[in-house]
Design a protein around this ligand. Structure first.
Ligand code: ATP
Length: 349
């Protein structure tokens, strides 16, 4: 049941000029976006940047002030939520506490008039898929946070939506469980081939899981690309700062070193420490500074170096390399990088 075929080059979702105003606040400001079928797409951005509102506009819980939402080529802007082939997993899971797991999961099928026997079979299969097949009779209160998260997923997936919307679904979990669920979610998405649209403010989570990421700022979509594109080629200071740790060298440094009056960024793992006398050889560029602090991260050490204009540059150094360099606060060092690791940041990015 539920096998639906749609030409695979029609986007799963198309947003055109999507805008939502709440009184004076423009929560979503003219978003144009196409999300492909079977894609794991993350919406990443700081709190208040409009991600949840975009998700609610896609689900139909809000209607746009301007613009349209298309699902697989059909304009659904005026349709009610239940009349759209999408389903949502909320951060608080919204499970029914008085119902067993199987009844929680079967609920959406009951509402849709699926006969009892079939809905029990499908609910059991959905719980099995999230590794809760032996817990059918339990109540949500008898589960851990991660297990509750899985029930919420099973409940959303049992109706076989074309698109699953997930609003910070891992936000309530501790780091370890969160990382485990990230892997499981990604696996599940790949095996089902459903389009996932995942809202998060956690850049590491977005980088780990997504086929593509849309970065939001103040209601606008600032950049769309794969994790690698977003990380290696941020299109401006906002993305460079928000995704990963960036070193933003001011435009004055760009002018003095390269003759380009633009700010630029080099990622901490692309920088190297050198003795001031040895720096700048073999096609590298270097800048002098003083070590201000060391931060031990376990797998590596962050060395913070302050350069002449007061800017702090963060260099990621492996423990073995650090021992040889004998780096301590107060020491004069050079920070060097290859020209190919420079990302220029146009001010209008
Ligand atoms: P978070 O990560 O904190 O959930 P977000 O990126 O999802 O943030 P939204 O929840 O979409 O951001 O909110 C975008 C803006 O719209 C915020 O300024 C918010 O205060 C405002 N907003 C959202 N919903 C409403 C509403 N129902 N009424 C008035 N303002 C709203």
């Amino acid at each position: 049941p539920g096998v639906k075929t749609v030409s695979s080059n029609v986007p799963a979702i198309s947003l055109r000029g999507l805008t939502k105003e709440f009184g004076e606040t423009t929560a979503v400001d003219g978003i144009d976006l196409e999300i492909r079928q079977g894609e794991f797409f993350s919406m990443l951005g700081p709190s208040g940047s409009g991600k949840t509102t975009v998700l609610r506009l896609i689900a139909g819980f809000e209607s746009p002030t301007r613009g349209t939402v298309e699902l697989e080529g059909t304009d659904v802007t005026a349709r009610a939520p239940f009349d759209r082939d999408v389903n949502t997993v909320f951060q608080d899971y919204a499970l029914f506490p008085h119902m067993s797991l199987i009844d929680n999961v079967a609920y959406g099928l009951r509402v849709r008039g699926v006969p009892k026997r079939e809905r029990r079979e499908r609910a059991a299969a959905a719980l099995d898929r999230v590794q809760l097949g032996s817990f059918l009779g339990r109540r949500p209160s008898q589960l851990s946070g991660g297990q509750r998260q899985r029930v919420a997923l099973a409940r959303a997936l049992v109706v076989e939506p074309r698109v699953l919307l997930l609003d910070e679904p891992l936000g309530a979990l501790d780091l370890k469980l969160r990382q485990q669920m990230q892997v499981e979610l990604k696996e599940l998405q790949r095996s089902l081939g459903i389009t996932f649209i995942f809202v998060t403010h956690d850049q590491e989570e977005a980088l780990t899981m997504s086929d593509r990421i849309g970065v939001f700022n103040a209601g606008r979509l600032v950049q769309v690309g794969s994790a690698k594109e977003i990380y290696d080629r941020p299109n401006g200071e906002f993305v460079a700062n928000f995704v990963g740790t960036s070193n933003i060298f001011p435009a004055a440094v760009g002018s003095s070193l390269y003759g380009r009056p633009e700010a630029f960024s080099v990622r901490p793992e692309r920088l190297r420490l050198a003795h001031p006398g040895d720096a700048g050889r073999h096609g590298t560029t270097a800048i002098r500074g003083t070590v201000s602090a060391l931060v031990y991260l376990g797998h590596a050490t962050q060395v913070r170096v302050s350069i002449s204009d007061g800017t702090t540059v963060v260099v990621l150094v492996h423990p073995t390399a650090l021992a040889e360099e004998d780096v301590t606060p107060g020491r004069e060092v050079a920070v060097e990088w290859r020209t190919s690791d420079v990302v220029w940041l146009p001010p209008t990015g």
